[in-house]
Design a protein. Structure first.
Length: 293
C-alpha cells in the first residue's frame, strides 16, 4: 500500500512552519525525521492534506548546557544524542535509553522531537522525559509555552500539542550530584517494541532514597510515573517493603493484553524491573530476585 495523495511544503523558518500549520490546521502533519510518519502514511493510518517539512531548520538542532539545565532542540537526531559528550556526562539515562530506540537506520534519521510528538506509549524517550522531570517547549504563531512532561502525554499518540503548534525543544534540569539512574526494557528481540520498560532517576543518602522517579513505558496508553515510588522514599527499604510497593504498582498500571504478552505478564515484568532498579540505585543486589535480560 502507498500513501494517499498529499501536498508538500518545506518550511524555511520556524515562523514559516507555524504559518503553514495555522493555515492548514488538522489537515497538516509535521515531517521531521519521518521514521514514524512515513510508515503511517504508507499504511494510510494518516491521511494529511499537506506535509510541512521542518527537517532543514537548523535552529532546532543541538544540545545546549546552562548552569541549571540542558536544552535539546527538537530536531536533534537520536544519533546526535548518542554522540553528544554533554548528554553522556550529564544525562546518561537519556543516552542509555536512546541506544535502545529501534535500529541504527532509524536512529540515524529519527529526531527526539518527532519521537515525543508521536507519543507512542511503548517508546523509550517519553518515559525518560517523565523520569528526568523534563519540560517541553511549544511554539505557536503568537505564543510560546512550556509544558511539563507529566502533562504533555495525554493518551495513545495524543499530546498537549495543538494543530497550529510546534514542539521546538526540551529542557531538562541538571541532575543533582550523586543522582543515579536505571534503564531496562524487556523485548522479544533487540529493536522490537518493549513488552515493558522502566526509566528511573534516584538519589540515595545513607542507604535511604531521598528521591525516586519511576517512568514506565508499554504499560498503558501513555508513559506513566509510578505513584508506588513514594512508598520507598525516606525509609529503610526492606524486601517486605519492596513487595508492598510491587503490589501497589500492579494496581496502578493498566497494561494491555495482546499477541506479545498478557496484562498479567506485563505487571510481573514491571515488578521485576522495580526490584532491579532498587538493587542498582541502592547498590543492594539482594533486592533483585529477577534477573534482567
Amino acid at each position: 500500500m502507498k500513501a494517499a495523495a498529499f501536498s508538500y511544503a518545506r518550511a524555511t523558518s520556524i515562523a514559516d512552519a507555524l504559518q503553514l500549520l495555522a493555515r492548514h490546521g488538522d489537515d497538516a502533519k509535521v515531517l521531521s525525521g519521518g521514521q514514524s510518519l512515513m510508515p503511517a502514511l504508507n499504511l494510510r493510518l494518516a491521511r494529511p492534506a499537506i506535509l510541512v517539512d521542518i527537517g532543514r531548520l537548523s535552529e532546532l538542532r543541538g544540545v545546549t548546557v546552562a548552569s541549571d539545565k540542558v536544552t535539546i532542540g527538537a530536531l536533534t537526531r537520536h544519533v546526535d544524542l548518542l554522540g553528544s559528550r554533554e548528554i553522556a556526562e550529564m544525562l546518561p539515562l537519556l543516552r542509555e535509553a536512546t541506544a535502545q530506540v529501534a535500529h541504527p537506520a532509524i536512529r540515524n534519521r529519527g529526531t527526539i522531537g518527532g519521537n515525543l510528538a508521536h507519543a507512542d506509549p511503548a517508546s523509550e524517550l517519553p518515559a525518560c522525559m517523565l523520569a528526568l522531570d523534563a519540560t517541553l517547549v511549544i511554539r505557536g504563531l503568537d505564543r510560546e509555552r512550556r509544558v511539563a512532561a507529566t502533562d504533555f502525554f495525554q493518551g495513545i499518540y495524543a499530546t498537549a500539542l495543538a494543530a497550529d503548534e510546534l514542539l521546538t525543544g526540551i529542557e531538562i534540569p541538571l541532575p543533582a550530584p550523586g543522582t543515579r539512574h536505571f534503564f531496562h526494557e524487556y523485548a522479544r528481540r533487540s529493536g522490537d517494541y518493549a513488552l515493558v520498560g522502566l526509566a528511573a532517576m534516584a538519589r540515595a543518602d545513607n542507604g535511604r532514597l531521598s528521591d525516586l522517579r519511576l517512568g514506565y513505558f508499554a504499560v498503558g496508553d501513555r508513559p506513566q510515573l509510578a505513584r508506588a515510588a513514594a512508598r520507598l522514599v525516606g525509609v529503610d527499604v526492606t524486601p517486605e517493603l519492596v513487595a508492598e510497593a510491587k503490589a501497589e504498582l500492579a494496581t496502578e498500571l493498566d497494561p494491555a493484553t495482546d499477541q506479545q504478552a498478557t496484562a498479567a505478564m506485563r505487571r510481573h515484568l514491571a515488578g521485576l524491573l522495580l526490584e532491579n532498579c532498587l538493587a542498582t540505585v541502592l547498590d543492594r543486589p539482594e533486592l533483585a530476585r529477577g534477573q534482567s535480560s
